[in-house]
Design a protein around this ligand. Sequence first.
Ligand SMILES: NC(=O)c1ccc[n+]([C@@H]2O[C@H](COP(=O)([O-])OP(=O)(O)OC[C@H]3O[C@@H](n4cnc5c(N)ncnc54)[C@H](O)[C@@H]3O)[C@@H](O)[C@H]2O)c1
Length: 442
Amino acid sequence: MNLVMIGTGYVGLTTGVGFATLGHQVVCVDIDAAKIARLDLGEVPFYEPGLQEALTHVQEKGRILFTTDLKSVIGGAEVIMIAVGTPPKSTGEADLTALFAVADQIGSLLDHEVVIAVKSTVPVGTNRKVIAHIREAMEKAQRAELTSLINIVSVPEFLREGSAFEDFLQPDRLVIGSDDKLAGQTVERLHKEMMAPRVMTTLESAELIKYAANAFLATKISFINEIANLADRVGADVRHVAEGIGHDHRIGPHFLKAGVGYGGSCFPKDVSALEQISGANGYSFKLLSAVIEVNNRQREMFFKRMMEKLGGVKGRRVAVWGLAFKAHTDDIRESAGIEIAQRLLAAGADLVVYDPQAMDNAKAVLSHHVEFAVTAMDAATGADVLVVLTEWPEFREVSFSTLHDRMIEPTIFDGRNHLADLNLQSQGFVYHGVGLGTYDAA
Ligand SMILES: NC(=O)c1ccc[n+]([C@@H]2O[C@H](COP(=O)([O-])OP(=O)(O)OC[C@H]3O[C@@H](n4cnc5c(N)ncnc54)[C@H](O)[C@@H]3O)[C@@H](O)[C@H]2O)c1
């Protein structure tokens, strides 16, 4: 099938390359000319495992093209998929400016039958507004008679950064929401190689499924963080508690890792957007408000505990390992690493940071007073304290005896319990994790 994908971010590019891998003919469109120029040269502009190889493959096969000019490619589209960003406004509400701009542009250009598939995460009711924008723009362009040929399908995406390409090819399920059966079937045909169960539903249900999925996962994280805080106070180990409950198939083992809480481009914004949607519909979603509060408090508590234990960090050399919001990505949106680095700096720390992939993104947001190290060991050399905030595998692979010798005071605060099983205390480190039963507030 011929697919035009609008937006080449983490989702749009991954799914565009994914559909080309499945044999479709894909044109990816973005307003970011520099990004399109790099993609045209075969270069993935962000870090996502496996995506570079997949892009090279589909480019060699001639199945994918990149352009900034929607007008020149829209004519051939059977499906137009929209994957532009829907970032949070300061109110928590999703900002739909880019989405509606794309809808207006599509409407002003369309002159043939097409299915519009919205992949961006959007509040309930948005797909209906998108199709209304498109039809209105078609009317303005004197093509009112064609509006009935344009239908919309909500096809939310559930991939995870860090394993996005794999997740796209092997999803747990496909959610396809539409009022129009044929349009839904067209979008299903795009996915026909995928074995996953299908949930064929309405626009509103598809929109709500996406938010409900992320809100549920965020709830699991806040839940285990509450258990962690209690574990610390009663001398229990949250890792064992998580294992003990995770074997219960009704609970499951995933998203039960205690730490400094969730971050990233999706959970914080989607959970806040769902809370906002609830409020706008006259419903107070109490559980969700608590999930957000617990998550914010988690970072707060981690930082406060560090300050209490260290007696402040003014003038002390502090190393941070991990700036990406999680391992295997360079994405720093709503990252605990960035936030805690900024707090440490504000508290007067002499700060040195390291991340295997997110350094360029971090340099764009962190103060020039921060030192950017070339390796994890370089960052920790001469440090009074090391703070671990992303669970990159390479942090477990350093020589801890060398690390011990190179640090001024071998003290580690681990916001992910990433090194908790390495028994660092026996190697002379002072080690603090989250929920390991060792809380003794100053
Ligand atoms: N990142 C994830 O893990 C993830 C997972 C599932 C769903 N989502 C959702 O998918 C959507 C996209 O997320 P993302 O992380 O890929 O965003 P992103 O910020 O990485 O990418 C968005 C892209 O859209 C482009 N764009 C903006 N306005 C445009 C326009 N008018 N025309 C063409 N291109 C335009 C931007 O230049 C950018 O390249 C969001 O709604 C997000 O909530 C994201």
